[in-house]
Design a protein around this ligand. Sequence first.
Ligand code: MSP
Length: 517
Amino acid sequence: MSQPTRRYITTPIYYASGDPHIGHAYTTILADVLARFDRLTGADVLFLTGTDEHGPKIEEEASRQSLSPIELCNLMAERFQAAWKTLEISHDRFIRTTEAEHKAVVTAFLERLWERGEIYEGPYSGWYCIHEERYWTEKDLGPNHSCPDCGRPVEHLHETNYFFKMGAYQDALISHIEDNPHWIVPEIRRNEILGFLRQPLGDLSISRPKSRVSWGITLPFDEDHVAYVWVDALINYLTASGAIDPGKVTGEQGFEDVSGSWWPVDLHIMGKDILTTHAVYWPTLLMGAGLPVFGQILAHGWWVVGEAKMSKSLGNVIDPLALREEFGTDAVRWYLLREMPTGGDASYTAERFLARYDELANVLGNLGSRVISMVWKYRDGVVPEALGNGLDTEITEAIRKATEAMAHYKVHEALAASMDLARIANGYVEDRQPWSQAKDPEASGDLDQTLATLTRALIVLCALFEPVTPAKMAEMALNLGLDGIPTLEESRSLELAGRRVSRGKPLFPRIEPSWAV
Ligand code: MSP
C-alpha cells in the first residue's frame, strides 16, 4: 500500500496580549477546514497553532493588567485553547513560544546563523511601533509621527542591534518565487511581494537590547540582548516540526538531516497583513541557516465592518464566541468560510449571517430530516436494498468540484459545490415524489431506489460538510447509523441496505436572534 501523503499545515501564532476575535478565528478555521479536508482524503496531517508570547507588547499589556508577563501568557494561552476547543479546531499541536523546547530551538538557530557569519552588530536609529512590533522609516509615518498601520504614536529608537544579512538573499528569494509560481497564493499577494523585492532588500534587525525589552529569548552570543519577537515567533514552525533536537546541536551539527521530521511546512496560512514577515524574513532566515524552505503560503483577506478592518483599537470587533452561543459553532464556521472568497476581503453583516444560517437550515438540515423521516415512515427506519443510484453522476460531479476547489484553496467554491449537491438532492425528492410512490404498490422498487439514493447523498454530504460543520455532521452520521464520519471514498462505497437510521433533533433549528437586524 502506498504511504499516506503527509501535510504540515500552520496558522500564525497569536499575540498573547488580546482575546481571540473573529480575525484570529477566521485564520484558524480556514486552516482547520483545509486540515480536515486533507484528512478526509486520507492524508497524515500535522496541524499547528499556538501563541506568540514574547516582546514589548506582551510586557506592556501585562503591566497594564498588573500581571507578570508569564501570568498574562498563561491566562491568554488558556483562553485561545478554550476558544479553539469550542470552535471545534482540530489542531494536533498548540505551541507556546515560552516553552523550553522552543527557546532551545531559537537559541540553536541563532547560534547557527552566528557561526555561519550571517549576523553582525550595528547601530539602529529609527521609528518603532510596539503595537505592530515593527520598524518604520520617517517617510512611512502618518500624521504626528503615527504608525501608518494602526495610527498609534511611534517611538524613536537609537540603539545597538544585531542584524541578519537578509539583503544577501534577495536574488535567491526572487528566483525561488519566480521558479515556483504557486509558492505564494493568491497571485495578487505573490505580485505584491515581487513588487516589494524590486527595491533593494535591507538587512533585518533581529535583536533588542535588554535595557529596553527584557521579555524575550536571550541571544546565545550576547546576553545583553533578546531575540526580536518576529524572529522568535517564526521559528515556532521549526520547533514544532521536530526537525531540530536542541540536545544534539553542536555548531554545524544537528541541522543537516531533517528528513525524519515534519519539516518543511507544506502550507503556512495567514492574513495578508503579515505576509512580508512570512514571505521575506522567514525564507531568507531559513536560507541563512541552510534549511529547506517551506512549500507554500496562503494569504487571506480581512474581515471588515463597513469599510474598516476589524480591530481592537477601532472597537468594532465581532466576538465569534458570542455568535456561537446563539447559533452554534458550526453556523459560525459555515458563515465565515462560505461568505469570504478565500484570499479576498469580506464584510461582516448580521443580514448575511442570518441568510447563510437559513441556507444551512433550509437546504442541508431540511434534507437530513425529510430523508430520515421518510425512511422511518415508509421502511420502518431501515434503508432498503435498491438497484442503482439516481444521483450517481451528480455525486461524482460534486465531489470532483469540491476536491478541485479545495486543491486551489477556493474553500468558498468547494462549500458552494457541496451545498449544491444538497439542493439537487432536495430537487430529487420533489421529482420522485416518494409520497406518491408509497401509495402505488407497483412503485415499491422505485421507492426503495428513491430512499437508498437519498441516503447515499446524505452520507456523501456528511463527508463533504465535515470539514466546515464537524459537530453537526457527527450528529448526522450518528442518525444515519454510521460509526463516524466516513472518508470521501468510504462515503461512496459503504453498504447501505439494512442500515438503521434514527430521528435526531433538527440539525439547524429555527432561531430568533436576540439582536435586531
Ligand atoms: N503574532 C503574530 C504572528 C506571528 S506568526 C509567526 C500576529 N498575531 S495576531 O494576533 O495579530 O494574529 C494575526 C492573524 O490574525 C493574522 O492571520 C491576521 O490576518 C488575523 N487577523 C487579525 N485581524 C483580522 C481581521 N479583521 N480579518 C481577518 N484576519 C485578521 O500577527
